[in-house]
Design a protein around this ligand. Structure first.
Ligand code: PMP
Length: 445
């Protein structure tokens, strides 16, 4: 928490692992020492003052240690790609098209890549023209650009409860007033959405947009039921509320065909965000937004001021991959891999979790949302879990108001199934100890 609490006082070499009990030794300190007192403390823009490290960033350094089973990260298993083939493809790309791949391009993105993106979205029944697509640096940049063009300090944004930590960070950076809307096993609850819109209106405020992850939600692992999709769109249409549909996992469903995107039924009221991070490679950092014309123009202007243009090299790499490789077969392989890991997770949870735990049963994507027994705090428990060599993300990271302490996000995409089983065994034993402490000393032990 570099700027939290004691604003401006930055312990040398501070990284969040300190909060997890890791000592900072002279060997782990950076060579150029940060100053203890931030001499610019009074000069930051107001929006920078409250910027804090996300819960996930806090975990990465610790969770990467080999002895720890990390159910924290959220990283796709890119090692399942045919890396030698991708390497050869990139070599040939530079040899044959290097002068373009290593050059600037337009802020909207490579035209042929945008055509191929439309083919990908057709799998979810989105009919888009390449001109409607803006390429971004992962969908994270699209979130930042959306916040940049829509949010003034204090503006209301509606999000699910819980919501994706990276989106919360992007909205917080523009000082949004984030309002959570309840979900259940079928995703966002239409009545709760109506109520949130009504409350904002009663307070004389109008939400700028609804941010939603309809498929295989991060972190909740649930999917918006087909029967709710039209209702959600109707409610938003009536309220004049823009929908931001963030869909990184839509093609990673384990049963049947991909769900129909919200954007497929409303081209004027929905901005659709996609990414190649989970279906190809997160490291290429290629995502996109499809938006109504006026919004698209603003997104392009905002992207220009942020990055001039996105990496030509990354874009052409993705384009080449889609043009020359069996990308849809690869997605099917990813699905099978993640299905196996999901199965390992659910089976270990039902065999080992103590009474009082509940969890969601994802039908795609990467995440299970685990509710701990009453009185157990996932954030307080984390250092003890790390000592027991298992990591997860406490639920508090997924709420703008810091609630969610009784929940943990478990991500099964990265560890092998036997490691998942071992991680859940360790976690179950940590929870059992916590329950024992709760029973002996009360919830606030
Ligand atoms: N949205 C959601 C819901 C995500 O889970 C992620 C990745 N964890 C992103 C957006 C950002 O992905 P990227 O920037 O890699 O496209």
């Amino acid at each position: 928490m570099i700027l939290g609490g004691d604003r401006g006082v930055v312990p040398p070499g501070q990284t969040e692992p300190m909060t997890l009990g890791e000592a900072v030794t002279p060997e782990t300190q950076p060579i150029s020492q940060p100053q203890r007192i931030d001499r610019y403390v009074g000069q930051y823009a107001e929006r920078a003052v409250d910027m804090v490290a996300s819960e996930i960033r806090a975990l990465f350094a610790v969770a990467a240690r080999p002895e720890i089973v990390s159910l924290a990260g959220g990283s796709p298993y890119v090692a399942a790609l045919p890396l030698d083939v991708v390497g050869d493809m990139i070599g040939q790309l530079i040899a044959s098209q290097g002068a373009t791949a290593l050059q600037y391009c337009t802020a909207q993105g490579d035209a042929r890549l945008r055509e191929r993106i439309c083919d990908v979205m057709a799998l979810e029944q989105v009919r888009a023209h390449p001109d409607e697509v803006v390429v971004t640096v992962g969908s994270q940049q699209a979130l930042d650009l959306m916040a940049r063009i829509f949010i003034d300090p204090g503006d209301v944004v509606l999000v699910e409860a819980p919501s994706y930590v990276g989106a919360l960070g992007a909205f917080a950076a523009y000082q949004a007033d984030v309002v959570h809307v309840a979900m259940d096993d079928d995703g966002l609850i239409p009545e709760a959405l109506e109520e949130a819109i009504r409350r904002a209106a009663a307070a004389g405020r109008r939400a700028k947009f609804l941010y939603t992850v309809p498929n295989f939600h991060n972190p909740a692992g649930v999917t918006l039921a087909a029967g709710r999709r039209h209702r959600i769109l109707d409610i938003c249409r009536r309220a004049g509320l823009l929908v931001v549909e963030d869909n990184p996992y839509g093609l990673l469903g384990f049963d049947g065909e991909p769900m129909r995107a919200l954007r497929a039924d409303d081209t004027e009221g929905v901005v659709y965000l996609g990414t190649f991070s989970k279906t190809f490679a997160a490291g290429v950092r290629v995502g996109w937004a499809v938006a109504p014309t006026a919004i698209r123009e603003k997104l392009i202007l905002a992207a220009e001021s942020a990055v001039l243009c996105h990496s030509s090299f990354s874009q052409l790499t993705v384009r080449e991959y889609l043009d020359t490789q069996p990308w849809y077969e690869q997605i099917k392989d990813f699905r099978e891999l993640y299905r196996e890991r999901r199965d390992a997770t659910l089976s270990a949870l039902s065999r080992m979790m103590p009474p009082g735990c509940r969890w969601t049963r994802p039908t795609g994507g990467f995440y299970v949302w685990l509710r701990l027994p009453d009185g157990i705090n996932a954030k307080a428990m984390l250092p003890r879990a790390i000592s027991s060599r298992v990591a997860y993300v406490p639920g508090t990271g997924f709420y703008a108001d810091g609630s969610g302490a009784q929940y943990a996000r478990l991500c099964y995409s990265f560890p092998a199934p036997d490691r998942i089983g071992e991680g859940i065994r360790r976690l179950a034993s940590v929870i059992e100890t916590e329950v024992q402490l709760r029973d002996d000393f009360g919830p606030a032990h």
